[in-house]
Design a protein around this ligand. Structure first.
Ligand SMILES: NC(=O)C1=CN([C@@H]2O[C@H](COP(=O)(O)OP(=O)(O)OC[C@H]3O[C@@H](n4cnc5c(N)ncnc54)[C@H](OP(=O)(O)O)[C@@H]3O)[C@@H](O)[C@H]2O)C=CC1
Ligand SMILES: CC(=O)C(=O)O
Ligand SMILES: [Mg+2]
Length: 766
């Protein structure tokens, strides 16, 4: 089989990635998705003596006397093992331990990304239950919890049960309970929307394995009647008295019914849960369901029936899948990160039914709340409002951690399994809300907004390999129509050498042959005739300079935004753009860079592109526009004006203009925190301010740094990626009347794509 064909050919509306892109992402740089980082310095001999021999003996001896101290002296309390033997990898079947590793690394990545839980993937090469249990039981001391994953039924039931008995930490089979919790939350809301009472709702579950059995159990515990839940597997309906392909877990859910096939079971059913395999349900089957049927086709990566097929057959249905590229993603990613966060924080000995039900209710309630702007698509996306297309929160909703984890922790405390109760749950929820980087969620919301409002974005350097790759990814991501500027034959030749066919919906424009040339040249001439440009100069620029041509397209409204920069210096690209696109009235044109750090979230830095020595008025305006951008990125702006001096010490020329900028903002009365001048460490570390500068008005670490000059901004943003693991995005060009962005020449494909997406978003916000 050709591996790159595993994922279907994308269509611009639904699919977001191709198999080729997925493989490239996994192979890029350090292969895989994980690395381990140190939390303590290991630089000097003293560090070594403390962290390792002899110092390390001390915590060892303490833990030997009191095992609970392992939570204080080691990573145990925030460390989860994701363990699989690869016998039920998603819905792909038994792929074995090694082939399950990408999924397990993915689960670890999701733990970290969504709930700051550290994890490690352990792929056990055995299908023997005893061997599996023995292996895991002896690993227990290292971890605060065990997340079992993609182990097929019925072995998974025995493995989980035995490990729960053997270990004093939570053991949680995600495919069973994570899935059941999230599906229950979705069902609570779908039932509410369709006016159903769970006690009377008739449910058919296709699949009688790990996920299916756990869903049936949880829903029955929540009030569904056993006789109203019919389970099917590869042999058909699991009816009472059936002997073929049975086990005790299926028998527990066998019902008295005449139905023998899924088709028969679905006749008149209110609700369908697919926890089986791709394409297991037909349009005819869902046509036979009750009015306003609820269809959760949860098989991964491909559902039992696609939303398009289901909606075509039953326009009145509520449909959910396990995928992130359709509305209503019912996937255990909404569960396990937050459930473990809550369980770990109270040092729970187990995850019990009360904790599961609390998580399901918290998820269901969150979906009914107003969706904040930064979640709904940065104010410009498809409205996310509780309804048939939004029955469950989005995985990127930053409120999840502060809602689900405290609910789980509270239930653990109330049900007596918390070994370290949290005295102030409201404060805990507030602390959790600040634990994740708001920008990461905001960037995803921006991408979502662009998907909902696709744009035409010009990629000026259309013959470049990097640009072509980014344009294809732009198309696949559903961001809109990429317009490549270049010669058609050259663009196709480069794409052919890459082995990637250009998907439908990508446009190629040859500047020299374009029918719009005259129109663009005339518009440019009208703009520039008093700046020393003749008509023939403008014609030559439009014909020969792709940045000018692209900028003319955007200025004329033939495209919404443009991106360039891969082949020309920043100043040359900027000159081409500003030739045709005017600055925004009463604004300053400047560069804003995003430094995305793992420890301190995202910090914005300005001006990183234009003004070598900005005066006070320019600095003040840059601060104002940066604060607006910060809010758009989900940050509460705390703006620090940086210098080599802090509040007048030592004295010098540059701090003077910086101080005047602060005074200017004070005078105009802006609505964001700002102060300065101050040194970078004072800005970023509030404890340094406590004793020496208690009067400083910033209420926390600065997240917008206004630089005194371009030299300092450049040095900072160029040094950071070389010295640290932080990522720098930008500089983003702000202050133009139409969106145009310049990527640094050394930018990779993903950065070009991200910047194109941000440019498209700016076009929505205009
Ligand atoms: N959206 C989500 O969050 C999650 C989705 N899932 C999905 O659920 C599915 C099952 O996973 P899991 O329970 O872990 O796997 P298991 O191997 O434990 O169970 C699979 C079950 O599906 C049944 N099955 C397989 N193919 C068909 C078919 N064509 N028609 C009817 N039944 C079928 C099997 O029947 P038999 O017993 O006869 O072999 C078995 O009962 C996978 O697609 C997985 O991706 C799982 C967890 C989470
Ligand atoms: C989502 C998941 O865990 C699965 O499909 O197996
Ligand atoms: Mg799974």
């Amino acid at each position: 089989m050709d591996d790159t064909k595993i994922l279907p050919t994308p269509d611009s509306r639904t699919a977001r990635v191709t198999g080729e892109e997925a493989l490239a992402m996994h192979a890029e740089g350090r292969p895989g998705k994980l690395e381990i980082r140190l939390t303590k310095p290991l630089v000097t001999a003293r560090d070594l003596s403390l962290a390792y021999s002899p110092g390390v003996a001390e915590p060892c001896l303490h833990i030997a006397r009191d095992p609970a101290l392992a939570y204080d002296y080691t990573s145990k309390g925030n460390f989860v093992a994701v363990i699989s033997n690869g016998t039920a990898v998603l819905g792909l079947g038994n792929l074995g331990a090694l082939a399950s590793k990408p999924v397990m690394e993915g689960k670890v990545a999701l733990f970290k990304r969504f709930a700051d839980v550290d994890g490690i993937d352990l792929c056990l090469d055995t299908e023997d239950v005893d061997a599996f249990v023995n292996c895991v039981r002896y690993l227990g001391p290292s971890f605060g919890g065990i997340n079992l994953e993609d182990i097929k039924a019925p072995e998974c039931f025995i493995i989980e049960q035995r490990l729960r008995e053997l270990l004093d930490i939570p053991v949680f089979h995600d495919d069973q309970h994570g899935t059941a919790i999230v599906a229950a939350a979705g069902l609570i809301n779908a039932a509410h929307l369709t006016g159903r009472d769970l006690k009377k709702t008739r449910l058919v579950i296709n699949g009688a394995g790990a996920a299916a059995v756990a869903c049936a159990e949880l829903l029955k515990a929540m009030g569904m009647r056993p006789e109203n839940v019919i389970m099917c597997d590869t042999k058909g309906v699991v009816y009472r008295g059936r002997t073929e392909g049975m086990n005790q877990w299926k028998s527990a859910h066998a019902v008295d019914t005449n139905a023998r096939t899924l088709t028969q079971a679905l006749e008149g059913a209110d609700c369908f849960f697919g926890l089986s395999a791709k394409g297991a349900v037909t349009q005819d089957m869902v046509r036979a369901m009750a009015p306003a049927p609820i269809i959760f086709a949860m098989a991964n990566p491909d559902p039992e029936i696609t939303p398009d097929e289901a909606k075509a057959a039953r326009p009145d249905c509520i449909i959910a899948t396990g995928r992130s590229d359709y509305p209503n993603q019912v996937n255990n990613v909404l569960g396990f990160p937050f459930i473990f966060r809550g369980a770990l924080d109270v040092r729970a000995s187990t995850i019990n039914e009360a904790m599961k039900i609390a998580a399901a209710n918290a998820l269901a309630l969150l979906a009914r709340e107003d969706v904040p702007e930064e979640v709904a698509g940065a104010g410009a996306g498809r409205a996310l409002r509780f309804g048939p297309e939004y029955i469950i929160p989005n995985a990127f909703d930053p409120r999840l951690i502060a809602r689900v984890s405290p609910a789980v922790a509270k239930a653990a405390m109330e049900s007596g399994v918390a070994r370290k109760p949290i005295p102030d749950l409201a404060r805990y929820a507030r602390d959790l809300a600040g634990r994740l980087d708001a920008t990461a969620s905001a960037l995803e919301a921006i991408a979502e907004a662009v998907r909902a409002n696709p744009k035409r974005v010009v990629f000026a350097e259309g013959e470049e390999e990097k640009t072509i790759r980014a344009a294809i990814a732009f198309r696949h991501a559903g961001y809109g129509t990429p317009v490549l500027i270049g010669r058609e034959d050259r663009v196709h030749a480069v794409a052919a050498t890459l082995g990637i066919p250009l998907p439908d919906g990508i446009e190629i424009h040859n500047a020299r042959l374009s029918t719009s040339n005259i129109r663009y040249a005339e518009a440019l001439y009208a703009k520039r005739q008093r700046d020393g440009f003749l008509m023939r100069d403008c014609q030559r620029l439009v014909n020969q300079d792709r940045n000018v041509f692209a900028a003319c397209m955007v200025a004329a409204g033939d495209a919404d935004a443009m991106v360039t920069g891969s082949t020309r210096s920043y100043s040359a690209a900027l000159e081409g753009i500003t030739m045709a696109i005017d600055p925004l009235p009463r604004s300053v044109l400047f560069g804003l860079s995003l430094i995305v750090t793992r420890r301190s979230g995202t910090v914005l830095v300005a001006d990183t592109a234009i003004h070598e020595r900005p005066d006070a008025a320019t600095l003040a305006e840059i601060a104002r526009q940066s604060a607006v951008a910060a809010r758009r990125l989900g940050l509460h702006p705390r703006v620090a004006f940086l210098s080599f001096s802090t509040f007048g010490d030592p004295k010098g020329v540059i701090p003077g203009s910086v101080r005047d900028a602060v005074k200017l903002l004070d005078k105009t009365g802006v609505d964001f925190e700002h102060d300065g001048e101050m040194a970078a460490d004072v800005a970023l570390n509030p404890t340094l301010r406590e004793t020496l500068y208690p009067f400083c008005r910033l209420t926390g670490p600065a997240n917008v740094l206004i630089m005194p000059g371009l030299y300092a901004a450049h040095i900072l943003t160029r040094a950071i990626p070389q010295l640290t693991s932080a990522t720098v995005i930008g500089p983003l060009l702000l202050g133009l009347s139409r969106p145009a962005q310049i990527v640094p020449m050394q930018a990779g494909v993903n950065q070009v794509l991200d910047v194109a997406c941000l440019a498209a978003h700016a076009a929505i916000a205009r």
